[in-house]
Each structure stands twice: as structure tokens, then as C-alpha cells.
Ligand binder design. Structure first.
Ligand SMILES: Cc1ncc(COP(=O)(O)O)c(C=O)c1O
Length: 303
């Protein structure tokens, strides 16, 4: 089923009371009642195409909710800024994609947010020791891991990191967000939430979109966490765009090309509906570069 493309910035309310309620939910001032959905307000907050895309991505992940972004970096940066405050620390995997590395090493420190690094060879005990040595039990508010890591394909043990998160929560007496960048495995091949992750971040620029013709990002996870990330997304203005534009070809004729999240709905092999046949089949039939024992695979029947 193909969705129409909604090219609009603003939506009408039936009455002012309805508008007031939509804004209260969108700004996180009130909790949605059971089954209540955020109404359409303004496309920087939500729009039908983005919502459809988010619902499909949440389904692939088996998550409550998803938030679509202009890029993978905006998804990651917004998640970190939503959960980290000056004085906090992030337990941060090494190596990571260069943009994420730069954001944590160069940008977050400007906001008084520091990090404790761990690498693929670190065990529970060595990470425990690092936190103990830094006397950071009360400061670590996020465990962030990219696995497989870009560019080395190093793998991290998510169950062990979840146990570390539990220990920090116990010793620190506060909640710690467990965030996983799953860009390189994708939601069919690795399900970080099965191993305790609260949110999963993607550069949708890669496998999720089908390669090389759009930039987008996604955060999926438990509802309470994704709602918090979405609220900050609204104020940073980082929603994925929905557009068709007239593009002039080299022969002078114009045609409509899609951009941003409308690209995910194309009838081409890159569409989000075709994620399964794009990712599962080629690897499933010939074997994957990472041992299948490393991750839990969904049953073929589910699709
Ligand atoms: C693992 C990983 N995470 C995040 C990003 C950032 O995503 P984007 O380029 O869509 O902003 C990249 C980009 O290459 C990446 O490889």
C-alpha cells in the first residue's frame, strides 16, 4: 500500500481546544491517555509521511516508537543532548564513526559533559574498574555503544554492557540510558533491545534507505525515551523532510524527484518495505560476515 505524499507545513484544528491538547502533548506538558495519539500540528513536529515512516521503522525493530531525523548525526546528537546535562558522563565505546567521536570528544565537553571510553577488549571487570577509578558512579548517565563499529567492524557484548548499566544504576541511584548505534547490522540482523537497550540509533543513510541517495536518521525504542528525544527534536528542528521537487534533467526537461522521508516510500528496491528482501536474502542465503551466533535472528515467518 503506497502512502500519498503530504506536502504541507501546517494543519488545521477542528477547534481551539483540540489545538491546545495537541500542543500540550507535543511539548511534553501532558501524558497521552491510553490509545491517544498526537494530532497533526505543524510539520516540524509531525506529519503523516513521517509518522507512517516511523511506525514502519518501529515495527521492523519491534519497538514502541520511532523518531525520524534529518541525518544519523542529528538522531545521535539529539539523543545525547536529551539525556546528558553539564556534569554528567557518558560511558562511550571506542572506536565509533568519526562524526559521533567528534561530537562526544569535541562538542559535548564544551557543555561540561565528559566521557569514559571502553574498547572491544574490555571486560565487565575492566569497565567496572575504570568507573571506580574515575569515581564516576554518580555521574555516568548514559552507556553508548556502536556495534559493529565503524570503521573496524569491532563487536561489543551488549549483555555485558547492560549488566554494567544495571550496576551504575544501583551504585549511582539514578537511571542510565543504554543507547546502541545499530547502523551497520540493521534491525533485521541485530536487535539491541532484546539485550537491554533503551534506544537504538541509526544512520538511515545506510542500509535502512538502500544506499547513497538520501541522508536520514532514526531513533527507535521504548516510548518514554523516544518521546523525550522527539520533544527535543521539535525545538532543534531536526525532523526528516518530506518533499517532492521538480528537478531539471540534463536535457532540459523537468521531472518530480523525491527527497527526505518520501524516498523511503518509493516503489524501488530501496524502499523501506523492501528492507527484508534487500538485507535478509542476500546475506541469509550466502552467510553473513558476522557469525550468526552473535545475534538473535527473527524468524523468516514474521515477514
Ligand atoms: C555507524 C554510523 N553512525 C552514524 C553515522 C552518521 O550518520 P549520517 O551520515 O546519516 O549523519 C554514520 C555515518 O557514516 C555511521 O557510519
Amino acid at each position: 500500500m503506497k502512502t500519498p505524499i503530504f506536502q504541507t507545513s501546517t494543519f488545521a484544528f477542528n477547534n481551539s481546544a483540540e489545538g491546545k491538547r495537541f500542543f500540550a502533548l507535543a511539548y511534553g506538558k501532558d501524558q497521552a491517555a491510553e490509545g491517544e495519539q498526537l494530532g497533526l500540528i505543524y510539520s516540524r513536529l509531525n506529519n503523516p509521511n513521517m509518522q507512517i515512516l516511523e511506525e514502519r521503522l518501529a515495527l521492523w525493530e519491534g519497538a514502541d516508537e520511532a523518531a525520524a531525523f534529518e541525518s544519523g548525526m542529528s538522531a545521535i546528537a539529539t539523543t545525547m543532548l536529551a539525556y546528558l546535562k553539564p556534569g554528567d558522563m557518558v560511558l562511550f565505546s571506542h572506536p565509533t564513526y568519526g562524526g559521533t567521536h567528534h561530537f562526544v570528544h569535541q562538542v559535548l565537553v564544551e557543555f561540561g559533559i565528559e566521557r569514559i571510553d571502553f574498547d572491544p577488549h574490555d571486560t565487565y571487570d575492566t569497565i567496572y574498574e575504570k568507573i571506580e577509578t574515575a569515581q564516576a558512579w554518580s555521574r555516568v548517565k548514559m552507556v553508548y555503544v556502536e556495534t559493529p563499529a565503524n570503521p573496524t567492524n569491532d563487536l561489543f557484548d551488549l549483555e555485558m554492557l547492560n549488566a554494567i548499566r544495571d550496576e551504575i544504576q544501583l551504585k549511582g541511584g539514578h537511571e542510565v540510558l543504554f543507547a546502541v548505534d545499530n547502523t551497520y547490522m540493521g534491525p533485521l540482523w541485530q536487535k539491541p533491545m532484546d539485550f537491554g537497550a533503551d534506544v537504538v540509533c541509526y544512520s538511515a543513510t545506510k542500509y535502512l534507505s538502500g544506499h547513497s541517495d538520501l541522508i536520514a536518521g532514526v531513533v527507535v525504542g521504548k516510548k518514554e525515551h523516544v518521546v523525550k528525544v522527539k520533544t527535543l527534536r521539535t525545538f532543534l528542528g531536526l525532523v526528516v523532510n518530506t518533499k517532492y521537487r521538480d528537478v531539471e534533467d540534463s536535457n532540459g526537461s523537468t521531472s518530480q524527484k523525491c527527497f527526505g522521508c518520501s524516498c523511503f516510500f518509493r516503489s524501488t528496491p530501496q524502499g523501506v518495505e523492501n528492507l527484508f528482501s534487500r538485507i535478509y536474502k542476500p546475506r541469509g542465503e550466502t552467510g553473513c560476515f558476522v557469525s550468526k551466533a552473535m545475534f538473535k535472528r527473527w524468524s523468516y515467518d514474521k515477514f
